[in-house]
Design a protein around this ligand. Sequence first.
Ligand SMILES: *Cc1c(COP(=O)(O)O)cnc(C)c1O
Length: 357
Amino acid sequence: MRPARALIDLQALRHNYQLAREVSGAKALAVVKADAYGHGAVRCAQALQEQADGFAVACIEEALQLREAGIGGPILLLEGFFEADELALIEQQDLWCVVHSLWQLEAIERSAVVKPLTVWLKLDSGMHRVGLDPADYQAAYRRLLASGKVAKIVLMSHFARADELECPRSIEQLVVFEQARQGLVAQISLRNSPAVLGWPQVPSDWVRPGIMLYGASPFEEAQVVAAQLQPVMTLESKIISVRELPVGEPVGYGARFVTERPTRVGVVAMGYADGYPRHAPTGTPVLIDGRPSRLIGRVSMDMLCVDLSDLPGTGLGSRVELWGKRILASDVAACAETIPYQLFCNLRRVPLLYCEA
Ligand SMILES: *Cc1c(COP(=O)(O)O)cnc(C)c1O
């Protein structure tokens, strides 16, 4: 069998969830959208089920997948419904629903729901993606209550720049939020992972940690709370071929790497079809039998090359960690000019193997 695989450490996942709750002092919806950022939504939700106050997903398809797997309790649809006819299923499956636009509010008013819904009413406090205008917020709240279709409303918003710890924008957004909700008596939810980790001054009844659950820091620089996260995914494979090259020999597509000294090249069964980033350059860190080395040449679809020159004793069958507990996905992401979110979400083809320790 091809040796490429991703090990998922469910104990680390639970540790990270607990950390989100402890540092925020709030209830936490575990964000498991996009198949739990590539980690497998059903298995991750099952592992968190006893602990978690609830889950959050991007759409009803993802929510139904969890319900079908026996996940009870709250599941929030982070973008609400995309078409009004989803409301029947939302009611039947007891899902929580974001309302971010007036058309959704109108759809709820017109709907035939009998069992009142839990709605998270989203304010655009300055990110300018989705959310109601501050000027419309209080009226929307009152209309939802008056509709008779809604039992509970949570007030929410989302930060655009919480990962930038020196940036004043999050506090500006908080001020807009506080102004918009003046006088409303309802629970609130503002914080995603960077805000949970880095913005303790932001009040919350509910937090919405995503990337931190999977053990990756949302920050580019080191941060004290993020340092307590435990990486959940280890992406690993093995060396399937080794060759010794003299100086001046090209390696891989496009001859993007040319040996500068006699070089022992190891070929790893891992490529961009597995989700390893094609843009990772020569020098991107890897771990070979527990020892640090580097990627060389272009990543191809099913294989990539590493430098074994300084690692006597490594060779055919050596274990390669592409990211995990020692090579952080954030570091690989930085080399490839992307973010760990995208590395995780891009994972495909490799089997996911779950372990408890
Ligand atoms: C995805 C998402 C989150 C989680 O964000 P992280 O940065 O991964 O913690 C929180 N809230 C909303 C509205 C989201 O869409």
